[in-house]
Design a binder for this molecule. Structure first.
Ligand code: BG6
Length: 475
């Protein structure tokens, strides 16, 4: 691995910071999501309601304890920390003319603390936390006005932190919203809850178009602020395997991959793939898409591709295949893969899928790739101040091994690797604490009880070793 390889960890503001109303912060879309479980979906409520429990309000109090946490990241030797800037700390409602100075100051302090420890901040601009006001007032990303609101926010923080942050990411997992039958994804990506009479697909593509234009505008504006900026996109990278050699299965898997890669195609190539233009014509879709938009997309292509990688999917049309009926994804073609195991939350464990997909992306785009999330959600056992999380070590070890093969054998240009939830965060999909990812255990449970004290798990020392040896020596 190159000596400047960016080993580190990843978190997102709304899943860790808490302090949901501190220093003038506004309500975000994450602040109206209740806690759920593996079997019970999080509710999205109409405002913050009394009697409901909203786990993101307190998070793990990273806002109050970041100095202690950054010190532990430094102890592990992190070269970088990926986190997001909570839009609502900077523009509490999203449509103000002037930013909130107290919010800006918080990130100045956080970034200074990181840099003092030689940890480079890698910053996501939109990680499921847009201002709730923009949903109520404007309909979220249904509305073209969002392009200006979001660009104003992005330009404000890019100017403010131009000498502190080099790596930026525009929209986290922008492709999640193609999962149309689970409201979680249209909500967190775009602030949209579909109405009965919505053509979901058409609405989704229109919202995505506005986001593509916003992302490209930010690339264009960002380069004016600091030509050294590296600005990337984020793809939730989930390989789709055909279950059998039935040509229908092969075509289905390719179609699933194409729908996912549609998003990186636009970010990287700066125009829409022909297959989708054909599909829109067939369906009679007419989008609000101007000539100026087309020029912006062309001019604002990304410098690198950020990916999050957790699992692979297997798909099939075959009637005998065992359907997973995955409630989270709502996709009936997803079937069990007899060759991989799954986590307690039903996510397949497929390290080779990471190598496969890195190669696929490299072949398609030939751009640097940053693995901005990979991690193992597990119900850790906390005993006498210790967590023996050998399962996490195994998972990460296997994935890093496959990443190294992609780099050293296949020649893929991977510039960094950040482990998701390096300190236990609130789970995004379920709102639980029980689904833990960290090297650092946080004493808090699903009901929000606990001291919030931090403890090093066994994986803490293991990852310190990985970083110190630049991934050379893995157990
Ligand atoms: C990614 C998100 O989808 O996966 C993170 O970018 C999220 O925000 C992570 O936390 C893991 O998902 P979960 O539901 O296990 O927290």
């Amino acid at each position: 691995m190159k000596t400047d390889f960016l080993w580190g960890g990843a978190i997102a503001a709304h899943q860790v910071e808490g302090a949901w109303q501190t220093d003038g912060k506004g309500i975000s879309i994450a602040d109206v999501m209740t806690a759920g479980t593996k079997n019970q979906a999080r509710k999205i409520t109409d405002g913050v309601l009394p009697g409901e429990y909203y786990p993101n309000h307190e998070g793990i109090d990273f806002h109050g304890r970041y100095k202690e946490d950054v010190k532990m990241f430094a102890e592990m030797g992190f070269k970088c920390l990926r986190t997001s800037i909570a839009w609502t700390r900077i523009f509490p409602n999203g449509d103000e003319a002037e930013p909130n100075e107290a919010g800006l100051q918080f990130y100045d302090d956080l970034f200074d603390e990181l840099l003092r420890h030689d940890i480079e901040p890698v910053i996501t601009l939109a990680h499921f936390e847009m201002p709730y006001h923009l949903v109520k007032q404007y309909g979220g990303w249904r509305n073209r006005k969002m392009i200006d609101f979001f660009t104003t926010f992005a330009v404000t923080v890019m100017k403010r932190y131009k000498d502190k942050v080099k790596y930026w990411l525009t929209f986290n997992e922008i492709n999640n919203q193609r999962i149309l039958d689970n409201p979680l994804y249209s909500w967190t990506n775009s602030g949209i809850l579909y109405a009965e009479d919505d053509d979901k697909l058409e609405t989704m593509y229109q919202a995505a178009h506005y986001q593509f234009v916003a992302s490209a505008s930010i690339v264009i504006e960002g380069k004016k602020i600091n030509p050294d900026f590296q600005i990337g996109c984020v793809l939730a990278a989930t390989p789709n395997y055909p279950l059998t050699s039935d040509p229908e299965d092969i075509l289905l898997a390719q179609r699933e991959d194409d729908q996912q890669l549609f998003f990186t195609d636009v970010h990287v190539r700066g125009h829409y793939p022909k297959r989708f233009i054909k599909e829109w014509e067939r369906r009679g879709y007419h989008f609000d898409m101007t000539e100026a938009d087309v020029d912006i997309l062309k001019a604002g292509t990304v410098d690198y591709i950020g990916i999050t990688y957790y699992l692979s999917n297997t798909v099939s049309v075959r009637p005998e295949a065992e359907r997973l009926n995955d409630e989270l994804l709502g996709n009936e073609t997803i079937v069990a893969n007899p060759y991989v195991e799954s986590t307690e939350w039903g996510w397949s464990i497929d390290p080779i899928g990471l190598r496969y997909y890195l190669n696929l992306l490299n072949n398609r785009y030939e751009l640097p790739i940053f693995i901005v999330e990979n991690g193992f959600g597990y119900a850790d056992r906390f005993e006498d101040g210790r967590v023996h999380d050998q399962e996490r070590i195994e998972y990460l070890n296997q994935h890093i091994t496959q990443m190294k093969l992609a780099v050293e054998v296949d020649g893929v240009d991977v510039i960094g690797y950040t482990v998701w939830g390096c300190i236990d965060p609130i789970s995004f999909t379920t709102g639980e604490m029980k689904k833990r990812y960290g090297f650092i255990y946080v004493d808090r449970d699903n009901d929000g009880k606990g001291t919030l004290n931090r403890y090093r798990k066994d994986s803490f020392e293991w990852y310190r070793h990985v970083v110190r040896t630049n991934g050379k020596s893995l157990r």
